[in-house]
Design a protein around this ligand. Structure first.
Ligand code: ZN
Length: 170
């Protein structure tokens, strides 16, 4: 396993629409292992492949608390089959938009069909933080970031600050 560099705004690669995965094989599992290690190291609770520069429909997540046992989750080719009409608001952050947070409204519950680490089809019935997180990560597969839901004024301000911080630390 290896930690991979995480792409941050304003890198235009984050706007790429990711391609479906043909087959869950050892090469894909190696990518998922790297993504999980990268996510834990950051630390974060979710990571899409595009954030490490791989435009494939792959997501890793772990929303377990810091004092709880790790609970890694893997999503390959996820599709939202159902989303509730009722909405929930979370203060979201993103490893590609470091140090910035904003309240984003999304469906409170959703059902997500996907393949798991072994390539077996699964249906996730999510609510709470899990529902928000999987929708945030699935947005990445379409090239969408949580800051895209904000006003352009607010979004541009955040992108500028991240770009500036990057230059200082690089
Ligand atoms: Zn994100």
């Amino acid at each position: 396993m290896a930690i991979r560099p995480i792409i941050t705004v304003p890198d235009p690669f984050l706007k790429t629409v990711s391609e479906p995965v043909g087959k869950v094989d050892d090469a894909l599992r190696a990518l998922m292992d790297d993504m999980l290690e990268t996510m834990y190291d950051a630390p974060g609770i979710g990571l899409a492949a595009i954030q490490v520069g791989v435009p494939r429909r792959v997501i890793v997540m772990d929303i377990a608390g810091q004092d709880d046992e790790p609970e890694p989750r893997y999503f390959v080719n996820p599709v939202i089959e159902w989303a509730s009409e009722d909405l929930a608001v979370y203060n979201e952050g993103c490893l590609s938009v470091p140090e910035h947070y904003a309240e984003i409204e999304r469906p409170a519950r959703c059902h997500v069909r996907h393949l798991d680490y072994d390539g077996t089809e699964q249906l996730l019935e999510a609510d709470g933080l899990l529902a928000t997180c999987i929708q945030h990560e699935m947005d990445h597969l379409e090239g969408i970031l949580f800051i895209d839901y904000l006003s352009s004024l607010k979004r541009n301000m955040i992108v500028k600050k991240v770009a500036k911080a990057d230059r200082v630390s690089a």
